[in-house]
Write a protein that binds this ligand. Structure first.
Ligand code: FES
Length: 253
């Protein structure tokens, strides 16, 4: 069920350059059903008091009703969010996430770019619990924007790339997959659209799931601000309700 709740801010810290981690407590957490879902956050600013920002859920703990989000403070709303310390208006959980199936001994490769990395953390934890070996390839712009390397390392091997070569492999996530000859049975990817297209092409031989980054309006399927082009008879799908996670081959880049 989708809820709208004033959630209590438990903690908020800057974990890399302009990248913030916020932990929120409330009963909305009970409604989360799969990793990769997102919430829509309202931040009151003078210029757009009504607009919400979609932010993916990075991890959640139902027992304590706490979820953690990681976001980049790059625009008016998210910079304002970074200043909050008491409570915040949250709508969610929204969208359909990554399906997690039992698969003893299979290998999953999780591939994230920038602010597409966070939802892969809960996904990786749940895959590992289901018996998968997990490998992570995480791409960032520069060393200063790298985050969660050690958290992912606790789950499985991590390969970092930076576009400027200041840390890890120089280049993109696809370069690291080639350089280290990484093999897997299934992939899970989240990041900028060009990265998703490149990953899908490179890993065309295995099944996979893609979480689409898209601008959003309502977040609940009513405004059509988030439509993307898909293969098949429907031609278009809504990222907010049909996604954000799609099967490999569904999206047209
Ligand atoms: Fe309004 Fe998807 S954001 S329909």
């Amino acid at each position: 069920m989708i809820k709208v709740e004033k959630m209590k801010i438990i903690q908020q810290t800057e974990i890399a350059e302009n990248i913030f981690k916020i932990s929120l407590k409330g009963s909305l957490v009970n409604e989360i059903s799969m990793p990769g879902q997102f919430v829509h956050i309202k931040v009151n600013t003078a210029n757009d008091p009504l607009l919400r920002r979609p932010i993916s859920i990075s991890s959640y703990d139902k027992k304590n009703q706490i979820m953690t989000l990681i976001y980049r403070a790059s625009g008016l709303g998210t910079r304002e969010l970074a200043n909050q310390s008491e409570e915040i208006d949250v709508m969610g959980p929204l969208g359909s996430g990554f399906p997690i199936e039992q698969a003893e001994g299979q290998t999953a490769i999780l591939i994230g770019g920038g602010i597409g990395v966070p939802p892969l953390y809960e996904c990786s934890k749940q895959l590992k619990n289901k018996g998968f070996n997990v490998i992570h390839v995480l791409g960032f712009e520069t060393k200063d924007t790298v985050f969660y390397e050690s958290a992912f390392k606790e789950l499985g091997p991590v390969y970092i790339t930076t576009a400027d070569g200041s840390y890890g492999t120089k280049g993109f996530v696809t370069d690291a997959i080639t350089e280290f000859d990484l093999k897997a049975d299934v992939f899970f990817a989240c990041g900028p659209v060009p990265m998703l297209g490149a990953v899908e092409k490179q890993l065309n031989h295995i099944p996979g799931y893609i979480s689409m980054e898209q601008r959003m309006g309502c977040g609940i399927g009513a405004c059509l601000a988030c439509v993307c082009t898909v293969n098949g008879p429907e031609l278009y799908k809504k990222v907010c309700t049909d996604g954000p996670v799609f099967r490999k081959g569904e999206l047209v880049y």
